[in-house]
Design a protein around this ligand. Structure first.
Ligand SMILES: *[C@@H]1O[C@H](CO)[C@@H](O)[C@H](O)[C@H]1NC(C)=O
Ligand SMILES: *[C@@H]1O[C@H](CO)[C@@H](O)[C@H](O)[C@H]1NC(C)=O
Length: 331
């Protein structure tokens, strides 16, 4: 028997191959001088077009918010009518370390369509600008501007049955980080109609100068390594900052106190084989300490990005948990 602790669960061959190809291309496209070779990464970042013709009972379209910075979102609308019921809105921020992927990347297109269908909700998947070409805070501004746009203008096709009072911010990995800060920023803004009913942080990307136990003990786990996350923070954070910058270390030495701020009920999803899990649990504990309503869901056997593989049992559990959380907030 090996004395080294396990850093990955048994994974189907298809998923293992996907992960090794992805990480190979990620590592190949990240240059030592913190620029990125987009040409290389784009070779495997397959894109899906929007489809007015329903695919799996969901139609999709792209809506432009600001053409000058290529800011848009992909809108997913379930087509199965349930008596014209109004549907909650999930404003989704995709992951990829602030650096990779887009709203139209195939894995995210599939994932958002699945959420729309299985949770019977309208999904707005934000195509924010990427680092290192655009550093922090460009991503936060883009995401927030999409909220403002929807608050001011919901008269576009596919949004007829969307309920602005039931708006959920959601994001995976870097997208979970974006969702948190957008919820904080919402305190300085008065929406006319939009109401933040909840926040869904799926394996959110947080960090700090410290090395946590899970970062050390899970060296070699799928997708996440401190070498990769250090690179991503460096390419994303304002020049000259370290990982204790308040956008990365949200309950760290430089963070601002959110006790007095309005913050929506939050559910945090954590995977046992994710090296980032200690930062994510601290995030949950930080919210609780500030008196916020927060829930932690941990799947011991889950890796980073587990939700994206419908074949994995935790992926179905995640959808069910998310649905329950959203229904609870709707009451
Ligand atoms: C970074 O490295 C690449 C490839 O070596 C080079 O083409 C590019 O000019 C460098 N950029 C900066 C800002 O140093
Ligand atoms: C609302 O959005 C639609 C679709 O993008 C656009 O055609 C229209 O000009 C927008 N209206 C306002 C007031 O921004």
């Amino acid at each position: 028997m090996s004395t080294k602790s396990k850093v990955s669960p048994e994974l189907p061959l298809k998923i293992r191959l996907f992960i090794s190809v992805m990480t190979f291309f990620v590592d190949l496209s990240c240059r030592p001088n913190f620029t990125i070779n987009r040409r290389i990464f784009n070779l495997l970042d397959f894109k899906s077009p929007p489809s007015k013709k329903p695919i799996n009972d969901v139609k999709s379209s792209d809506v432009t918010v600001d053409a000058s910075r290529n800011l848009c979102f992909r809108l997913y609308t379930p087509t199965q009518d349930r008596d014209g019921d109004s549907m909650p809105i999930i404003i989704f921020f995709h992951g990829g370390g602030f650096t990779f992927m887009a709203a139209n990347s195939k894995p995210y297109d599939d994932f958002c369509r699945r959420m729309a269908r299985e949770i019977h909700s309208v999904v707005v998947s934000v195509n924010y600008r990427l680092s290192p070409e655009h550093r922090c805070p460009a991503q936060y501004e883009d995401c927030f501007d999409v909220l403002k746009f929807i608050d001011a203008n919901d008269s576009f096709e596919g949004f007829d049955n969307a309920n602005l009072k039931l708006c959920f911010l959601a994001g995976d990995s870097a997208g979970g980080n974006l969702a948190h800060h957008v919820a904080v920023d919402a305190n300085g803004y008065e929406f006319n109609r939009l109401n933040l009913a909840g926040l869904v942080a799926i394996q959110p990307f947080f960090g700090g100068q410290e090395r946590t136990e899970s970062e050390i003990n899970l060296a070699g786990a799928p997708f996440i390594s401190v070498e990769r996350t250090d690179w991503l923070w460096k390419a994303f954070l304002p020049e000259g900052s370290d990982r204790d910058h308040p956008v990365a270390n949200v309950f760290g030495p430089n963070s601002k106190d959110i006790k007095g701020l309005k913050f929506p009920p939050t559910i945090v999803f954590v995977g046992g084989f994710d090296p980032l899990k200690d930062w994510q649990k601290r995030y949950y504990e930080g919210l609780k300490k500030c008196g916020k309503e927060a829930y932690l869901v941990e799947y011991p056997n889950a890796i980073h990005t587990f939700y994206a593989y419908p074949d994995m049992p935790e992926s179905a559990l995640f959808i069910k948990e998310l649905k329950d959380f959203m229904e609870k907030q709707a009451k």
